[in-house]
Ligand binder design. Sequence first.
Ligand code: ADP
Ligand code: MG
Length: 609
Amino acid sequence: MAKISVLSDQVANQIAAGEVIERPASIVKELVENSLDAGATAIEIEFKKGGTSFIRIEDNGCGMSEEDASLSLQRHATSKIRDADDLNELTSMGFRGEALPSIASVSKFQLQTREVESDSGTDILINGGKVVHHRECGMPPGTRMTISQLFNTVPARRKFLKTVSTESAHIVHYARLYALAHPEVAFTLIDDGRTLFRTPACVRLRDRVMEIFGKSVAGKLIEVEAKEMGMRLSGLIGAPGHSRSSRHEMLIFVNNRPVENRTLGYALIESYYGHIPKGRYPVAFLFLDLSPKDVDVNVHPAKREIRFRNESSVRGFAVRAILEALQKSVEIVAAPVVRSAPVGKAQTFDIGDSSEKTVESKRIPILSSPKIDTPVKKAKVSEKTKTASETKSVSIVTEEVVFENEAGPIEEVAQVVERDWQFIGWAQDDYALFDTDSGVVVLDFKAAQKRVWYARLLASYENRTVESQKLLLPLPVEFDPVSSAMLTDNAELLEAYGLEVAPFGRNFFRIEAVPSWLPEKEAEAYLGEWVDLLRNGSISDKKAGATQELLAKHAVHNIVRGASTPGETELDELLDSLFQTNNPLADPDGRPTFIEIAKSELNRRFHKK
Ligand code: ADP
Ligand code: MG
């Protein structure tokens, strides 16, 4: 018997799937490309559980006849090229005819499709490479592909999947890329029933960027438009001074295909020399169009990488085009400043970073007795509220009453201080005891410190005067690809909270500065917590208020955890600061900072009149 045998289609497909279908997001990529190739003007992407349990891609493209639908599931079946020569003039996204059979070999795969001309559609269900049904169906023109039970035939592959949020993040990334590349196509992205974005067809790239990345990003972009020797470079790039700590927002498209390409990446970075600080990266949504003959896309199975036939002419053209765009914008925006400034300091006119620098120089040094300079609200104290708050503090003694936020007007409490608390001593480590005119006060000094720091941190977030401290030796850390992506995506956000992280090499980062309150040895753990919070969506720049509160709360717990008992002067300062906050009665979690046992309560307890 011969030792060599030809692999069955099913096995061959599964092997191909190993290359093409790295993860759920690869399916989204392949199917969206197919929809685009089919001339769709609307594409809807829905997924559940990071795509592992469900993916649906639906389009209004040309659809397939019944015959083509069956053929499309066969290996190397493609409508896009006929012979090898066509490879030199690719205009479509797909060409290998591998995606559909590969996907169908490793999942439960349903293909429903209808051409406009035909009255009904075709519905083919395949499970692990075997046809379950093949029938007629009613549907609007277009194609719908539904994938469930991904990797059911290759359980080993399931093990390589990352968490649901990681896989989701990859899907979102691809959806964004293709939505950017095709503003003329309406895109909808739905994650577990939640619509992540729904962008109508738009004419301008800037509108698309705004829909996907938000107004603030879109507002800082300038246009690039240049033509040379049959090449065209267009798109949007960051205005001088607008930079990121990573190259994650340098998105490059060649012939409308999102790609990774060193030549263009370097050209970009080089062009920004002097326009953004060293070690920072520009933001760019750049589109290079050139004859398909001059590009080799057949380098990488997933077609992510490309090569140019003539690297140096592409590079030269890109640099010239970008420089020209930057120059133009400088002339318009900041001409007087640029002319008077020495060449080396060209970046001083940049709005983004120079303001960042001013903030840095204004940073107040960290100190042990935090003072809050938020103005004290003048509130009139009525007798009524006063009694109410007194009764409240008393009742805490017997039952656990959690203070609501904004309890009691400030003036009133400030008066309590004036009433003079006589410090008696410490009890049970954390409690400071005071004798007052009207009774006894028990203060939880850590709760008080929490409140004070909380107010102070929130104020610093608000005023953008977050104190950070450069690490003497930047600390290298490694993350998985999606965490890395999250970090690079959010580098500016991190920085606003005193955490400076710079990428170096794939998935490696250096922590360069941390919030002043953080002990250096906890830097890595703290960054890890950030990544978790970013991943589960608890913090983002879209939810500034909630994010600030969460981070401030988190910070105060850490600050106060190891705090040692204050001396008497420090305690005095702490009380001063406490009563200047907007809610001295409770810590940020709503627990009381102090309780007051009224003399009358003492008397009652001791059965005195
Ligand atoms: P490729 O895209 O490399 O040709 P695929 O396996 O992705 O290979 O698709 C096989 C064929 O199925 C395509 O060439 C195309 O003719 C057809 N096809 C796939 N998806 C669609 C779609 N959404 N609409 C219309 N035709 C499609
Ligand atoms: Mg394809």
